[in-house]
Design a protein around this ligand. Structure first.
Ligand code: ATP
Ligand code: NI
Length: 306
């Protein structure tokens, strides 16, 4: 079995040419790189989806290639891009989750340490919190209150977690009675809020949120954004994957623009105030697609750009 051999320490693989001689700390000396992804590639061995077994040819379909990005402590990096461009695969790679037919290359550092799929999986749920894209990832057999509260090691801790869970439920407009429900009894929007509460319960160093807002109305989506911002202001790094670029621009510090399986541009949110500061044609196209640029009347409207 060829287990995904990702990501390995620097200098191990001579086929990589980028940033080879220096570690992840060097690019922005003033900021601590919490997460660095360097030259990530993911491809899939082809198989017949109907039958579910590998074809003899084992053709490789590349989905992510040459992807590099980093998240600093205390910042929100928004990853925006088209559907199917590989954003969820990126999130999965950071969490050490891989499909059996995936081949993965590249390097990932967390908090200065080179990571493997195994070490990343160990960080998941503790130092790295995950808001998955699919609400199916809730445990179907566990009441959602208990899922949010998680395991407590002592009576005092259980009370503390219960109290924190109540606060989060109140904030996200979930009745106390919801705590006793099972995932299948929730609407999509409620399940989404439970996933958010799970991630906000922990005090992670990094949050990876993969499309955290579908099914939420605007006030709830904005609350989620505020909460990510508050986490970042306390020093947490946030990787916010979203197709909602408008929402992302409200809270993010930087934006990584994703297209066809790679980051074509990593830029500050401020650059979106002026399309001339945007380098890549796809980024400019995203700018033009923003609702306020549909009309010339947007002049003087600077609230979005802080
Ligand atoms: N196990 C797999 N085998 C083959 N192809 C896969 C597998 N998992 C994902 N893919 C393909 O990889 C591509 C990227 O998928 P991914 O879910 O990461 O996109 P995304 O940017 O998150 O999209 P969305 O915005 O819809 O969530 C898709 O074309 C998908 O079909
Ligand atoms: Ni996705």
């Amino acid at each position: 079995m060829d287990a995904p051999h990702v990501p390995h320490a620097p200098h191990e693989d001579n086929s990589f040419h980028h940033h080879h001689s220096h570690g992840p700390q060097s690019a922005h000396p003033g900021h601590h790189h919490l997460l660095t992804v360097e030259d990530l590639s993911i491809s899939f061995r082809a198989y017949k989806p109907d039958e579910g077994f590998f074809e003899a040819s084992q053709a490789e379909t590349p989905v992510i290639h040459g992807l590099s990005l980093s998240v600093h402590e205390g910042e929100i990096l928004a990853v925006v891009g088209a559907s199917g461009s590989g954003k969820t695969l990126l999130a999965d790679a950071i969490l050490g989750l891989f499909e059996p037919n995936a081949t993965v290359h590249g390097r990932i550092w967390f908090d200065g340490q080179p990571q493997t799929a195994e070490t990343l999986a160990q960080l998941r749920g503790s130092r790295i919190a995950f808001v998955p894209q699919s609400v199916e990832s809730l445990d179907p057999l566990m009441r959602v209150g208990a899922q949010v509260e998680g395991q407590a090691r002592s009576r005092a801790q259980r009370q503390e977690r219960c109290e924190r869970r109540r606060q989060l439920f109140a904030r996200y407009g979930l009745d106390e009675g919801v705590a006793r429900l099972y995932p299948h009894q929730l609407s999509g929007g409620m399940a989404r809020r439970i996933l958010l509460c799970c991630a906000l319960m922990a005090r992670p160093q990094l949050v990876v949120a993969d499309e955290p807002t579908p099914g939420l109305d605007l006030p709830l989506a904005l609350k989620a954004m505020e909460d990510f911002r508050a986490l970042a202001n306390q020093g947490t790094g946030v990787l916010l994957i979203t197709h909602d670029i408008e929402l992302a621009l409200k809270v993010a510090d930087r934006v990584a623009v994703f297209k066809d399986g790679t980051v074509v541009e990593e830029t500050s949110v401020e650059s979106f105030a002026n399309p001339q500061l945007l380098r890549h044609p796809f980024t400019r196209a995203l700018w033009h697609a923003l609702p306020e640029h549909d009309f010339a009347a947007a002049e003087g409207e600077d609230h979005l750009w802080r």
